[in-house]
Write a protein that binds this ligand. Structure first.
Ligand code: ADP
Length: 622
């Protein structure tokens, strides 16, 4: 028997994808309405008027050609059947023959018009859909990139990719269904109903009423009955993507614990949940189609009964009955197609929901209107009465925090884990906005400058440097696009990275693997330092690695760091006190409060001080 999980699929930890974690905090996400999604697409149609006109004109031409063809064929049959094959100089026979020839010509012309119309509509919609898909995806990506750090922490990369790409393809299907299928059908149905009404106003009215009722029934069934369950199925489809991405990203951990089977069982549980939701959706789809079929049968029977009743009353002849029966069957065919297409629209709309939700989501920290470029050169940092609370936390982390870091000084942030050291550096970069108070750099509020220019003036060497799966040269030059090879190599030399890079078979062109997995921790750190050299920013934030490097790497990193610190304002998030001792000033945090502030020599002397206690503890360990 397979080992059972502690978690039923619903409670699997990774199910805490954005919507769920938001619900936990009591801010339930709203469902995006069907109409909103259709409007989202239609607004985009209007952004490409030329392609839209070409598509619509094409559809109109092809539909007119289709509707006119039976009329011309009918007249051709009448001409032929009226022709008795008399002498060619007989005027009436000649007229009939000429008319028949005209009809044949007309039919050929209509065939060609239909072909051209369809070609124009297909070409139009191809350009239209591609332009919209391309824009929707790039705008979605741009929004995702700017979402808050929290959003990214709460959303799996795998699900985000799935939401974006599935939504993009759903636009294609939705465009095709609405424009190429539903639009011509509505035209033909309207035309046919009008023709019937012309023949018999009463029957026309009955047909019009039944078409409206049938369409209403299809829409209600689809939106109220099928769509909610399709929405749930799609959420699970996203979770399947997330589960696969999570396991694949952490493949090294899976391997290390020989946990392949465990991950497969885990995916199996998500797939079962997905399959249950999808089965329910498909069954509801079938039920809905059957109900529509039944409604259509009732409608047909009603119309047949009506015309037979009229015949009974002597108000309709056999010709009328034949005509109405033909119309009823024709219209029924269209309605069946329309019902299926309404379901297709619903499926595409559901698939677009999560993409549209990305457009609906509040953006992260935003630039103020008229924000200027940050141009600070000294790197004086000032926290003025800063109160800050993380979204979802009950109490503020900082309350009225006042700190000034003078330009050119080297400051360490020290304190137990969770005391607010990293948050301090996040507020400087304006990854979050303060609830109250101001963060100033060179006396300019970080809210008054653009985020990209602000962050370009701050060089970061993170705890766990992340690299792109691109060449080493590209990774280093990320800090300064357009840097020359010589500049890149100089930065690498200063960061003590050149030796190991030059030993690699492809040198600076070596691809480093996803997130830089092909390099050791110390090497990744030196690449990050090289980036910081190229950034050449007046303010440097160094988040010290918690995991200790081997002694040789440690020496190389320390040496490069010293070189990097020269002439800049430096803030070090320190995890080992050995680094701290030589810095100018130490800020000791505890639970978001600044408890001690001074140089090492001063703080170790302080009786009962936190720093002194930490220092003694580390000396014991050391
Ligand atoms: P340190 O760097 O000193 O270890 P942090 O500044 O990262 O501490 O975190 C300070 C406190 O804020 C911790 O209690 C942590 O749990 C909380 N915290 C950090 N990031 C977030 C977040 N994104 N959302 C909610 N709480 C957070």
């Amino acid at each position: 028997m397979p080992a059972r999980s502690r978690y039923p699929a619903e409670e699997l930890p990774f199910v805490s994808d954005s919507d769920q974690s938001a619900q936990k905090k009591g801010e339930k996400k709203r469902d995006i309405a069907f109409v909103e999604i259709v409007r989202f697409v239609m607004r985009r149609w209007l952004e490409h008027p030329a392609f839209l006109t070409r598509t619509l004109m094409g559809i109109a031409l092809a539909t007119i050609a289709d509707v006119a063809t039976p009329v011309l064929s009918g007249r051709l049959v009448t001409d032929i059947s009226s022709h008795t094959g008399g002498a060619p100089h007989d005027a009436s026979q000649l007229a009939l023959r000429n008319d028949a020839l005209l009809m044949v010509g007309g039919l050929i012309a209509l065939g060609l018009v239909g072909l051209l119309g369809r070609r124009s509509s297909y070409l139009g919609i191809t350009h239209l859909s591609l332009a919209i898909m391309q824009r929707a995806l790039s705008q979605g990506f741009a929004r995702v990139q700017r979402f808050s750090t929290d959003w990214h922490a709460n959303n799996f990369a795998g699900s985000t990719v799935r939401k974006l790409t599935r939504g993009m393809w759903a636009i294609d299907t939705l465009d095709d269904t609405l424009l190429l299928l539903i639009a011509p059908e509505v035209l033909v149905l309207t035309g046919t109903t009008l023709v019937l009404a012309w023949h018999s106003p009463f029957m026309g009215a009955v047909l019009a009423l039944s078409v409206v009722l049938f369409t209403w029934l299809s829409v209600v069934l689809t939106l109220r009955y099928v769509a909610p369950s399709a929405r749930a199925a799609n959420r699970w489809d996203t979770k399947v993507g997330a589960a696969i991405a999570d396991a694949v990203t952490c493949n090294a951990v899976v391997k290390a614990f020989g946990a392949e089977h465990r991950e497969e069982r885990r995916l199996g549980r998500v797939l079962r949940a997905w399959s249950n939701r999808t089965l329910r959706t498909w069954i509801r789809g079938t039920n809905s189609a059957n109900l529509q079929g039944f409604a259509s049968l009732v409608m047909r029977m009603l119309l047949v009964a009506l015309i037979v009743w009229q015949w009974w009353q002597g108000k309709a002849g056999p010709g009328d009955v034949a005509y109405v029966l033909t119309m009823v069957f024709l219209v029924q065919g269209y309605l069946r197609d329309l019902g299926q297409q309404v379901s297709q629209v619903q499926r595409s709309v559901n698939e677009m929901e999560e993409l549209v939700a990305i457009f609906d989501e509040a953006p992260g920290v935003q630039d103020r209107k008229g924000a200027k470029k940050a141009a600070f050169t000294q790197g004086r940092v000032r926290f003025e009465k800063v109160t800050f609370q993380y979204p979802g936390q009950d109490t503020p982390l900082y309350q009225d925090l006042d700190v000034t870091i003078s330009p050119g000084s080297r400051v360490a942030l020290v304190g137990p884990s969770g005391s607010g050291k990293t948050t301090f550096t996040k507020l400087i970069q304006r990854l979050y906005d303060t609830s109250e108070g101001r963060v100033l750099i060179d006396d300019v509020n970080v809210r008054d400058v653009t985020q990209d220019s602000l962050r370009a003036r701050i060089a970061i060497v993170p705890q766990e440097p992340m690299l792109f799966h691109r060449s080493l040269a590209e990774n280093i030059a990320y800090a300064r696009p357009g840097a020359t090879q010589a500049e890149i190599e100089r930065a690498a030399r200063l960061a003590n990275a050149s030796a190991f890079i030059e030993r690699l078979p492809e040198g600076y062109a070596t691809l480093v693997g996803e997130r830089g997995v092909k390099l050791s921790g110390g090497e990744r750190q030196r690449v990050a330092i090289a980036r910081a050299f190229l950034a050449d920013a007046p303010l440097l934030i160094f988040d010290e690695a918690t995991s200790s490097l081997d002694s040789e790497s440690e020496v190389l990193v320390q040496d490069a760091m010293h070189r990097l610190m020269a002439g800049r304002t430096v803030i070090v998030v320190a995890h080992r006190l050995s680094t701290v001792m030589e810095l100018d000033r130490i800020l000791v945090f505890s639970k978001g409060k600044l408890m001690e502030d001074g140089a090492h020599g001063e703080l170790v002397q302080r009786e009962g001080g936190i720093y002194r206690r930490l220092f003694e503890l580390q000396s014991l360990e050391g």
